[in-house]
Design a binder for this molecule. Structure first.
Ligand code: NAD
Length: 282
């Protein structure tokens, strides 16, 4: 079997068109959706992410601004910026690019974002609502994973699903979304015993670890659907995922490529969350 490749780029282009249409409707009513992206420091990867997020947003008619602060900024100055954006009626969505430099506490910053402007879905109110099964804003990467599962056409109810990685940004909300969709979910992490056996039993695999090809192709259950969130740079500068792609594609029914799978869908879901925020509290 050779897996169907789940084209995140093509799906993201479709989502962007839908977002652009919703933005046009809002603009006709005199509302321009506004997205504020906060970047602290000069981490090159974060700078690239912020640039692409604001570029995508502008292409859809969203008024996107980036707010850059130096790496040595104090917590108080960062909090003051977020508080100002929170009060600004032209800003519908606020995203603070993570990770922050070590001396800053991300929890305090995220707590300062009003939940109805938290388009990254990280505020405790939004994560709590997701846990209760009444989600408002959901983190963009796990939401993108769910959209790709939708593209694969896989039946989630009753399916055995494994999520590898339990970060608050990706793994945990992905496990909650799958649970809410009635999958039977196992959440694995760095302390998990017998990872290969758990993966081998799963009909759905979401890998969000950040270790190149940790998930071996031979572990994949024949016919499984594989969503690879991982982004790892090889010594020769190539990007590869957390799944051993070629071998996994021999066994899976469907698989996301890296790059071109989850990444573009993460960006598209941010646009969707931003326009939803501008339309009024969901
Ligand atoms: P993280 O470092 O916060 O979390 C990694 C998780 O992996 C942890 O829960 C840890 O317990 C688990 N883990 C570590 N070693 C393990 C092992 N040997 N076996 C099983 N689990 C193990 O990372 P994150 O922010 O969740 O990101 C994960 C990956 O996804 C990274 O490569 C990141 O670059 C990528 N990412 C991609 C997108 C995208 O849009 N495509 C978005 C966010 C993150």
């Amino acid at each position: 079997m050779t897996a169907r490749v789940l084209d995140g780029k093509a799906l993201a282009a479709q989502v962007k068109l839908e977002v652009a249409a919703r933005v046009a409707t809002l603009r006709a009513r005199g509302v321009t959706p506004g997205l504020a992206v906060v970047l602290v420091g000069d981490d090159p990867a974060s700078a690239v992410y912020v640039r692409s997020k604001t570029k995508d947003a502008r292409e859809c008619g969203i008024d996107a601004g980036d707010h850059r602060l130096p790496a040595d900024v104090s917590q108080a100055v960062l909090q003051a910026l977020v508080t100002r954006l929170a009060a600004d009626p032209a800003v519908h969505g606020i995203l603070v690019q993570l990770p922050l430099p070590k001396h800053l506490d991300p929890d305090q910053v995220i707590d300062a974002i009003p939940p109805h402007k938290d388009v990254d879905g990280l505020h405790p109110d939004n994560l709590g609502r997701l846990a209760q099964g009444r989600a408002r804003f959901v983190a963009c990467t796990p939401q993108g994973c769910m959209r790709l599962l939708g593209l694969a056409g896989v039946e989630l109810a009753g399916a055995s699903a494994v999520v590898i990685g339990r970060s608050v940004l990706v793994g945990r909300p992905a496990a909650l979304l799958l649970t809410n969709a009635s999958a039977t979910v196992t959440l694995c992490h760095s302390r998990t015993h017998d990872l290969s056996e758990i993966v081998a039993a799963a009909e759905i695999v979401i890998a969000a670890v950040g270790r190149a090809e940790l998930i071996r192709g031979a572990w994949i259950r024949p016919g499984a659907t594989v969503i690879d969130v991982g982004i790892n740079r090889t010594a020769d500068g190539k990007l590869i995922g957390d799944v051993e792609y070629a071998a996994a594609a021999e066994r899976a029914a469907a698989i996301t490529p890296v790059p071109g799978g989850v990444g573009p869908m993460t960006r598209a879901c941010l646009l969707e969350n931003t326009v939803t925020a501008a339309e009024g509290e969901p």
